[in-house]
Design a protein around this ligand. Structure first.
Ligand code: SAM
Length: 452
């Protein structure tokens, strides 16, 4: 800051308007007014000392994160901490208020929906039904979950628009959702990716509206040729993501009479515990792959008699079911749905071969929970089909829904691309272990939410 007195220049600056700066007890310097004015715009009216200038330069050369670090340790920052704390607390309080206000509306609406459901379930709108199911112990099906997420996104916008309207109730019709969704900018498809039950098409690999999914084809020939190399080529890919752990989980679920569909080269055999099962049947459409499974199994369990090795297509299991009385307690499949021509039909066939209370246990790979991964899967879909005869961008949840199965256990790993699933037929009750914690603890049933 300039501390000075206005005057007229002395000996050297005669007649020039000047500012007299005091620089010591008995010393002063006269600076022409024009220079002083320029200095007024600068932060350093007096030449700063060399050390200070060097330090300043050093600081400026440091990376930004270090500069911030030094600032956070400085007295200047510490002094202003109280203000920062107060500002932070204020901002959090505002967020918390709006979050709680939103929960309040949600809870209020839920109470009304429950009353409506008790009166007449058919009166519920689609959103109300999904909301009721989402907040109950009954699980949303994968397609329902997807749709509910869209409704929730629409709801956020609705709440923003009706910020001050305390009585506004969010309850759009499916058509309104469709309309809202079609106006969203960042979507590859402009349709709500789910249809109502009424619109059910014939089963096939719909996997709904993803145009990037390569049409299904019979991959048997590919695997006949690949069989020899398969283990060698897949080994490192699987080791890198610790797939052994997932295969162990898969094989832990086996009970009673077991059918392994698309057994490939028998990569699950090392995790098989024969003490838990009564018999095991392996099925694959490729005889070359099956030969490798057979020799691996014989080597691992030379004395085990109750094993069968069948070459056939999973889609044709339904015919087998109608011709024979053979049924299974557990049907297991690892990374097979992506290779089937019609995975929905294959799943439906498996369901027909289940004994009452039986389970289908799946370890599959498909769409991720992350959009950026899905974009990559879509982008490389054709290449993947050529190199591995594999449709890696299938939505496994949707396939299960299309096959009419219920999911009793679901876990997604590897950024959501690996699906660990236990499925059952809708008519079978869920077992005690499959119940949610609260219901298990108090021995309560899980009430099913149904629209009509
Ligand atoms: C990617 S491999 C998976 C093999 C094995 N389950 C594993 O975990 O490594 C897919 C397997 O499915 C078989 N496959 C393809 N289409 C099939 C079908 N329609 N029915 C039965 N198996 C099929 C192939 O022959 C191949 O062995």
């Amino acid at each position: 800051m300039i501390v000075g007195r206005l005057g007229l220049g002395g000996r050297f600056l005669r007649g020039t308007p000047s500012v007299i700066h005091k620089i010591g007890r008995n010393q002063a310097c006269v600076v022409p007014f024009s220079i002083s004015v320029a200095e007024c715009y600068s932060n350093t009216p007096f030449p700063i000392n060399h050390k200070e200038a060097q330090e300043k330069k050093k600081l400026e050369e440091m990376p930004k994160w270090r500069q911030w670090g030094i600032y956070f340790q400085s007295q200047e920052f510490k002094k202003s901490m109280t203000v920062y704390y107060l500002l932070g607390f204020g901002a959090l309080s505002v967020c918390f208020y709006y979050y709680m206000r939103d929960r309040f509306y949600e809870d209020k609406q839920l109470k009304e929906i429950r009353l409506k459901y008790d009166e007449d379930p058919s009166k519920l709108s689609e959103y109300e039904y999904l909301m009721l199911k989402a907040f109950s112990t009954d699980k949303l099906k994968p397609k329902e979950r997807k749709k509910f997420i869209l409704y929730q996104m629409m709801r956020k916008e609705f709440r923003r628009k009706n910020f001050f309207d305390y009585n506004a109730v969010f309850n759009p019709s499916p058509a309104e959702l469709e309309d809202w969704y079609s106006k969203q900018a960042v979507r590859s498809t402009k349709r709500v990716p789910l249809n109502d039950d009424t619109e059910e098409e014939e089963t096939s690999t719909k996997n709904a509206d993803n145009a990037h999914i390569v049409p299904g084809s019979d991959t048997t020939e590919f695997f006949e040729k690949k069989a020899e190399q398969y283990d060698k080529e897949i080994k490192w890919e699987e080791r890198a993501v610790f797939m052994g752990r997932r295969r162990r989980w898969l094989m832990k679920n086996l009970r009673g009479d077991v059918l392994e569909v698309s057994c490939g080269t028998g990569r699950n055999i090392p995790y098989l515990d024969l003490d838990n099962i009564d018999s095991i049947t392996f099925l694959d459409s490729s005889s070359e792959m099956m030969n490798i499974t057979r020799s691996k199994f014989r080597k691992a369990f030379p004395k085990y008699q109750k094993a069968a090795f069948t070459v056939g297509r999973a889609e044709e299991l339904a015919d087998l079911a109608s011709r024979s009385s053979v049924k299974y307690d557990t049907i297991v499949e690892a990374f097979g749905l992506c290779a089937h021509q019609d995975p929905v039909k294959a799943l439906q066939s498996m369901a027909k071969l289940l004994k009452p209370g039986g389970r289908i246990v799946l370890l599959e790979h498909g769409r991720s929970t992350w959009d950026f991964i899905n974009n990559h899967l879509d982008f490389r879909a054709e290449k993947r089909m050529k190199t591995w005869a594999c449709r890696w961008n299938l939505d496994i949840g949707e396939l299960i829904d299309d096959a009419g199965l219920d999911i009793t256990y679901e876990k997604r790993v590897h950024l959501g691309t690996t699906w660990l699933l236990v499925c059952k037929r809708p008519e079978d009750p869920i077992s005690l272990e499959e119940k949610p914690f609260y219901n298990k603890l108090f021995g309560k049933d899980v009430p099913q939410i149904k629209k009509a």
